[in-house]
Design a protein around this ligand. Structure first.
Ligand SMILES: [Zn+2]
Ligand SMILES: [Zn+2]
Length: 151
């Protein structure tokens, strides 16, 4: 039996989460991992009970949709809500994190970021990650792993 790698396993989870996104501009997923265990997941969407971009359209200010909480933030907040430590954890994201998420990732003690796709990679985000000694690695998602499901 063929087994998928840990990287592809967690990356697949992030891509699955992105399918729950409610923003029509970009669907993002994030998975927080500790000791090879998934401890939290998030996608970009509205606050619980709020209006969704897919129903009401995006709420755009300065070319950003402000209606949604980013996937990385949602995953980190889930840890806060349920009291799960993020110190020393790792995060798998479908897209390179924005500056706000970059800072939240660093501040939460996450020490590695694996991203599948470049997305407006901000040089300051890279600088901050480097400064904080956070490992940043490009891990393209191999969609072929999903074909294993059909066996
Ligand atoms: Zn939106
Ligand atoms: Zn973000």
């Amino acid at each position: 039996m063929e087994r998928i790698t840990w990287d592809q396993y967690f990356m697949a989870q992030s891509h699955l989460l992105a399918l729950r996104s409610t923003c029509t501009r970009l669907a993002v997923g994030a998975t927080i991992v500790r000791d090879k265990r998934i401890i939290a997941g998030g996608y970009n969407g509205s606050i619980a009970g709020g209006a969704h971009c897919i129903d009401e359209g995006c709420y755009v200010i300065d070319n950003h949709c402000v209606r949604t909480i980013h996937a990385e933030m949602n995953a980190i907040i889930q840890c806060a809500k349920f009291g799960v430590p993020t110190e020393g954890a790792e995060i798998y994201v479908t897209h390179f994190p924005c500056l706000h998420c970059c800072k939240a990732i660093i501040q939460s003690g996450i020490r590695a970021v694996y991203y599948a796709q470049d997305y407006k990679n901000h040089p300051y985000a890279l600088e901050l990650f480097q400064q904080a000694n956070v490992l940043v690695r490009h891990v393209p998602f191999d969609r072929e792993v999903l074909s294993l499901l059909q066996k």
